[in-house]
Design a protein around this ligand. Structure first.
Ligand code: SF4
Length: 388
């Protein structure tokens, strides 16, 4: 049988004698990229990408967006999330199911040709930048809807990257989101290594009715209860609140947030009708114990809860960061971004970067998604940066 050209190319240039690339972190760093160039040929995902592009994307690859836009409207959202856009006039609010398949098949085919997983070294994968996943309805070309559990299963089966997932709950009358959440929970229980961390967000910055909010969060915890059981290290309640000197601190500080969580816990007890002794991590004294990392960050919409001088100080810092970036040469930008930013993929296949201070840098790089010419909302950033 004739050997595929790409495999022949790999065998010609691969030297596996001295280096075990299958266990090396960021393995594309350990090969001569120019010698391998072409190995990605005929993989539809990489039609417009060089192997150097793929190497760039593979270093600190972090977010594969399945959906954009959020129904939850938290007033402290650091991405200033808007509602999902209406899918009219070429606009999209979710990935196309076939593009998800193209993505997972693309990277797994490349891995087979190389003989190692090019994404190895990335500790986890996130599936959204500013969306709430149990809600997401991923359409395929025929208009059939796929839920997040199907997407998670597809990515896990093909790429074996563990996920970090967070939800702030879902509308109580959303049966689709409820059954999706139950399916995700079942999947995680059956595939414990697929989840690095599963978080449920609790904060006093929600919009709307308190009673509804506490019921919504209690329902989310109840749905994912097995993940929080003693001995399971993956479940976490992500609680956030304001600093004592923050704006509206009297209603958004630790005391009020502790009361809020106590109400949620009490509802959870009623809903589950059990003592919750096997779920130490959910006990109010464990959830509401103070640590500085529970303070909200001076970013995005959360800046509305900071005093003006602190907001100005932060704005100045990110302005300086943006100016420093704009003074770099193209080569310096590329090298800096390669080492210091995460690589993230929007629902249209475009690559954007996120800096350590959570700023977004758009790039001209994109993957060959079927929906590459559709319009996805830009990801919010506090400062503008020149495109790479
Ligand atoms: S913080 Fe999360 S759940 Fe809340 S609006 Fe933003 S993306 Fe949605």
């Amino acid at each position: 049988m004739n050997e595929q050209p790409s495999i022949a190319l790999r065998n010609k240039h691969l030297n596996l004698k001295n280096l075990d690339l299958s266990s090396a972190e960021f393995p594309l760093e350990h090969i001569d990229i120019n010698k391998y160039e072409g190995i990605q040929k005929d993989i539809p995902l990489f039609e417009n990408n060089s192997l150097q592009d793929i190497k760039f994307i593979s270093k600190w690859f972090q977010v594969l967006n399945l959906a954009r836009g959020c129904t939850q409207r938290c007033s402290f959202c650091i991405r200033c999330s808007e509602y999902p856009v209406k899918e009219v006039d070429n606009k999209i609010s979710t990935i196309l199911w076939e593009d998800l398949i193209r993505f997972t098949d693309g990277f797994s085919s490349l891995g087979e040709r190389l003989g190692f997983n090019p994404l190895k070294g990335n500790s986890h994968l996130v599936l959204f930048e500013d969306a709430n996943l149990p809600d997401a309805r991923i359409k395929d070309i025929n208009g059939q809807i796929h839920n997040t559990r199907e997407c998670i299963e597809q990515v896990w089966n093909k790429l074996r990257m563990p996920f970090i997932l967070v939800t702030s709950g879902w509308f109580l009358n959303d049966n689709f989101a409820q059954s999706t959440a139950e399916e995700i929970c079942n999947f995680m229980v059956k595939n414990p290594t697929s989840i690095k961390e599963f978080g449920i967000s609790v904060n006093p910055f929600y919009m709307g009715d308190r009673d509804y909010y506490t019921s919504k969060v209690a329902n989310a915890i109840k749905t994912f209860l097995p993940i929080f059981k003693n001995g399971n290290e993956q479940g976490v309640i992500l609680i956030k609140y304001n600093r004592p000197n923050g704006v509206k601190a009297e209603t958004t500080g630790i005391e009020e947030t502790t009361k809020l969580y106590n109400e949620i816990y009490s509802k959870l007890k009623d809903m589950t009708a059990c003592s919750l002794d096997d779920f130490e991590i959910l006990k109010p004294e464990n959830v509401t114990r103070h640590s500085d990392d529970k303070y909200i960050l001076n970013r995005g919409n959360a800046r509305n809860y900071f005093q003006q001088d602190e907001v100005e100080k932060y704005n100045k810092q990110i302005q300086e960061e943006s100016e420093k970036w704009s003074k770099m040469s193209q080569t310096e930008k590329y090298a800096h971004a390669y080492e210091n930013t995460t690589k993230n993929i929007n629902i249209d296949g475009k690559i954007y970067l996120v800096t350590p201070s959570e700023q977004v840098i758009n790039t001209k790089l994109s993957l060959n998604y079927i929906n590459k010419n559709k319009i996805a909302a830009p990801v919010y950033s506090d400062a503008e940066f020149d495109t790479l």
